[in-house]
Design a protein around this ligand. Structure first.
Ligand code: ASP
Ligand code: MG
Length: 474
């Protein structure tokens, strides 16, 4: 029934102008005969500020916490006031916002008295961001001719009780969506819900983890068998590489879920694919779109990408990494050695990005962090340890490298002038990653981009956008 879930991130609802643009985008979909269900994030930076409120008051800084809350109150009141002009609606909304902030302040005062922040209370505090934004945006939509109906997402998204990273219960969500959202859509209304927030079966507020609004969008889209899920953000979609480093970078028009997942780790700015899994499982396409440039077609993420003439879809880079070399002859023919090494990383809660082993050595890469000296000290009880920072990981992703001969030769030929420290060809067979000096990273990306995206497949990449610049540079 042409149902689309439209999720708008924090920057798409950051101020009255952004909310106004968002309303126009939704109105456009309605005019085109679609039935949108809208999911919104908290206004930009609000989640961080609420978390700061919570930790300040738990540390006894009641004044500091209340000061942040008071600034948030003004920001929401001012935004509501700028958006909603109907006097009756405006005063109802202003009073409602005040009541929410009175409640929040009450919680913050309590926290400053008990000086203990539990994950459950943290979720309750942070939930105000989406509760406020969704209610306010629904009112703004209504005034702009969108027949909006606010729905408290906590009545629909039901999870277990793992506060701060709760796991959704699909069967209940499906039932609740059918009861609470579907009838509104049938009546021609546009339901507006906050992302990220949920509740457990007892009705206690939980959250889906940071960035969880995309997840909400996918859960609702999945539960309601939407024809598409649109993730509205502030970039044009997934690019072939970072346009700041590589001015030739192109928008990727279509990418597979697996490819997007490989890239996510590098460019979480766009979206984290794990969060759209509920959509992918049901074969619902996910579109990444730019609310500041709505005419742009964005990137379409689908389960199976069409065949592409170029082997790679995108080149991603992660900087500020360190490489740790662990060398020990003791490793020879022993088992459990890797386990011992990883136990130490686990103890310091440091994720390992890439591993390469030989009979006598293991090299690992991690995000540079202040625990490295401690980790190295513990590792040196097992073996000789060296570590070095300022490294970068370059990752080339594409389904079409599967089974292609000579791909490694082509990649390394393109960067033959650059010293490569570590190589890994992903088990997924769709990525090739290698580790180089951070100072070489930009140059490596430009060389690789020139080698692999010279004749981009117009089915997959937005070649139109490049024409003017391309014509001059080649
Ligand atoms: N507001 C939440 C966050 O900042 C959820 C989201 O926007 O996706 O993490
Ligand atoms: Mg996000």
């Amino acid at each position: 029934m042409s149902l689309v879930v439209m999720k708008f991130g924090g920057t798409s609802v950051e101020d009255p102008a952004a909310i106004d643009r968002t309303a126009k985008i939704v109105a456009g979909r309605v005019a085109a005969g679609k039935k949108p269900v809208v999911v919104v994030s908290a206004m930009a930076r609000v989640t961080d500020q609420l978390l700061r409120c919570a930790s300040s008051s738990a540390q006894g800084d009641r004044t500091g916490a209340l000061a942040i809350s008071s600034r948030l109150r003004s920001r929401h009141r001012d935004t509501a006031c700028a958006l909603v002009k109907n006097p009756k609606e405006a005063s109802t909304l202003a009073n409602w916002i005040d009541r929410k902030f009175d409640q929040l302040d009450e919680i913050l005062r309590g926290l400053a008295a008990i000086l203990e922040l539990t994950p459950r209370i943290s979720d309750l505090i942070v939930s105000y961001g989406e509760r406020l934004s969704s209610r306010m945006i629904a009112a703004a939509f209504a005034e702009r001719g969108v027949n909006a109906a606010h729905v408290d997402a906590r009545d629909v998204i039901v999870t277990d009780s793992q506060y701060q990273k709760a796991i959704p219960i699909d069967a209940i969500i499906e039932k609740r969506a059918a009861e609470k959202i579907h009838p509104l859509v049938q009546e021609g209304k546009v339901p507006v819900l906050g992302g990220f927030i949920a509740s457990n079966e007892a009705g206690i507020t939980t959250t889906l983890g940071r960035g969880g609004s995309d997840f909400t969008g996918a859960l609702i889209g999945g539960a309601m068998h939407a024809e598409a899920i649109e993730i509205w953000t502030d970039v044009d979609g997934i690019m072939t590489s970072d346009p700041r480093v590589c001015p030739d970078a192109l928008r990727v028009k279509v990418i597979s879920f697996e490819e997007a997942a490989e890239l996510a780790y590098f460019g979480a700015k766009v979206l984290h694919p794990a969060t759209i899994l509920p959509a992918v499982k049901k074969n619902i396409p996910v579109l990444v779109l730019n609310s500041k440039n709505p005419a742009n077609e964005g990137t379409r993420i689908i389960s199976l990408a069409p065949h592409c003439k170029s082997p790679f879809k995108s080149i991603a880079v992660k900087k500020k990494l360190s490489i740790i070399d662990v060398v020990a002859s003791r490793m020879l023919m022993t088992h459990g050695y890797l386990k011992e090494i990883f136990t130490i990383f686990d103890k310091y809660q440091t994720p390992v990005d890439m591993v390469s082993t030989s009979e006598v050595s293991v090299s690992l890469t991690v995000d540079s962090n202040d625990k490295l000296p401690l980790i190295a000290a513990e590792l040196s009880k097992l073996a000789d340890v060296k570590y070095e920072g300022k490294k970068a990981l370059v990752c080339m992703v594409g389904e079409d490298i599967r089974g292609q001969n000579g791909m490694a030769a082509r990649v390394f030929a393109a960067i033959r002038h650059i010293n490569v420290r570590m190589i890994s060809q992903g088990a997924s067979e769709i990525n090739m990653s290698f580790m180089i000096e951070e100072d070489d990273a930009d140059e490596a990306v430009r060389s690789l981009h020139a080698a692999f995206f010279q004749q981009p497949d117009p089915e997959i990449f937005d070649v139109e956008a490049r024409k003017p610049a391309g014509a001059n540079s080649r």
